[in-house]
Design a protein around this ligand. Structure first.
Ligand code: RM4
Ligand code: MN
Ligand code: MN
Length: 430
């Protein structure tokens, strides 16, 4: 196995931290037992939770104004695998990665599959990119891709999505995520009806190219880069498109892609109810598609999203199997640190949601006890589940304190020496 952090370092740090953790865990287990909850059983569920890492997230992101590269950035997909492997090694919460084409284009699928397997990483959904023109591209996406008024540009976008499926198949992916930047900046610039129809027609061609066991995830986004209208702007447009396309098409919720103040957990509940929830791009935001670290701005909202997911899981909703992925842009932090902490925050929200007394909640709701119901959620949300997360991580072979071990390992400094500045590995302004 080619994990990069010395296993001895993790073991040593864990040994030092273990006595305090055992004490904290025992205390929490007693608190939970009084609520008829089994801490060990919950820790097992947390250990089974996994979220996919975005390959574009391990490089520095960038804003529309500038990109300030960090030291030791990954230069290509194999460097990205190394960084993702560190995150998985220390957190044991990120067993898969999500590739983005053409950024992650590879020549030899076997080489890539083997490198990933050696690092114990699998492949989640692959992402297409028709929001940038590539050097020498024959038809531009400046005025849209799958919904472009020019059939030649549309055909190119369809071909690219089909190529992404072919690449993903070689790796064992089972889904394609499609986010398009198509839209308009001026009222009247684009015929709103025709643009949506062209999108449906082009996506129909992509859908027809899906292998039998594949799905396509439609990702909506309210605005940016288009500021007047966006073709797949909201979950309504996404739901209509997914329904028109067929059962293999579902709706992906990126937490930063909604109007301010929108009740995202209610959108999640609707999509679950009608069998159309594809999964998530997790991140956090204050204003728009900020792509900040999951749980860093609105942890209560994240908990409420997981509350819906746990509720659906416990109701055993048929076909409920959302794909969990992170989609963030790291500009002022070490991406590895941000992704480790984000994965832990997602586990935290999940753990808190597992603590909700659902029978009592249903009773309070049926009795119209508004505050009684609310308090049940707050009780779960305000419980410090950190010892549960650390115990789960340790049992899975990870670090009790991932950040501490990472900082002590000198990984970034070593990579800074190994990887001369390149600046190719990131998503740039998107
Ligand atoms: C978009 C969207 C997509 C991601 C790009 C990089 O805003 O979130 O999921 O692929 O950014
Ligand atoms: Mn996204
Ligand atoms: Mn986004």
């Amino acid at each position: 196995m080619s994990f990069s952090i010395d296993a001895g370092l993790i073991a040593e740090a864990n040994e030092k931290a273990a006595p305090a953790l055992v004490g904290d865990f025992d205390h929490l287990a007693r608190v939970l037992a009084r609520r008829n909850l089994d801490a060990e059983a919950i820790a097992k569920k947390i250990a089974a939770f996994g979220v996919a890492l975005p390959t574009w997230g391990v490089g520095t992101g960038g804003t529309r104004f500038a990109r300030f590269p960090g030291p030791g950035e990954p230069r290509h997909i194999f460097d990205k695998l190394d960084d993702c492997a560190v995150i998985q090694q220390l957190t044991r919460a990120t067993p898969t990665i999500s590739l983005h084409f053409p950024w992650d284009k590879f020549d030899d699928p076997k080489e890539l599959r083997e490198a990933a397997a050696a690092r114990r990483l699998g492949f989640d959904a692959v992402n297409s990119n028709t929001f940038q023109d590539q050097p020498g591209q024959e038809h531009s996406y400046k005025f849209g891709s799958l919904s472009n008024a020019d059939p030649a540009a549309r055909a190119l976008a369809v071909a690219h999505n089909l190529e992404c499926i072919a690449l993903g198949e070689k790796l064992g992916s089972k889904a394609l995520t499609v986010w398009i930047a198509d839209g308009s900046n001026f009222a009247g610039q684009s015929n709103l009806t025709k643009a949506f129809d062209r999108y449906l027609d082009a996506m129909g061609q992509v859908y027809a190219g899906l292998p039998a066991d594949w799905q396509v995830f439609l990702e909506h986004k309210l605005y940016e880069p288009a500021f007047y209208s966006t073709v797949i702007s909201d979950w309504g447009s996404s739901y209509i498109a997914a329904t028109e396309l067929g059962p293999k098409a579902k709706c992906l919720v990126d937490l930063g892609h909604h109007a301010p103040g929108v009740n995202i957990e209610q959108i999640v509940s609707r999509l679950v109810r009608f069998g159309k929830l594809a999964g998530f791009h997790f991140n956090d935001s204050k204003y728009g598609d900020d792509d900040l670290d999951a749980g860093s701005i609105q942890p209560f909202q994240l908990f409420l999203v997981f509350n819906e997911l746990v509720d659906a899981g416990e109701r055993r909703v048929e076909g409920f199997a959302p794909a969990y992925m992170i989609d963030q842009s790291h500009n002022v932090s070490d991406p590895i640190e941000s992704l480790m902490l984000s994965a832990v925050e997602l586990q935290r929200a999940y753990a808190q949601a597992l603590l909700v007394d659902r029978a009592a909640l249903a009773a309070a709701q049926d009795a119209n006890d508004a505050l009684g119901a609310h308090i049940l959620l707050k009780q779960a949300f305000t419980t410090d589940v950190s010892p549960l997360l650390a115990v789960a991580r340790r049992a899975a072979g990870g670090a009790i304190d991932p950040l501490g071990v990472y900082r002590a390992s000198g990984y970034r400094a070593a990579k800074t020496r190994e990887r001369p500045a390149s600046g190719v590995a990131s998503a740039g302004i998107v």
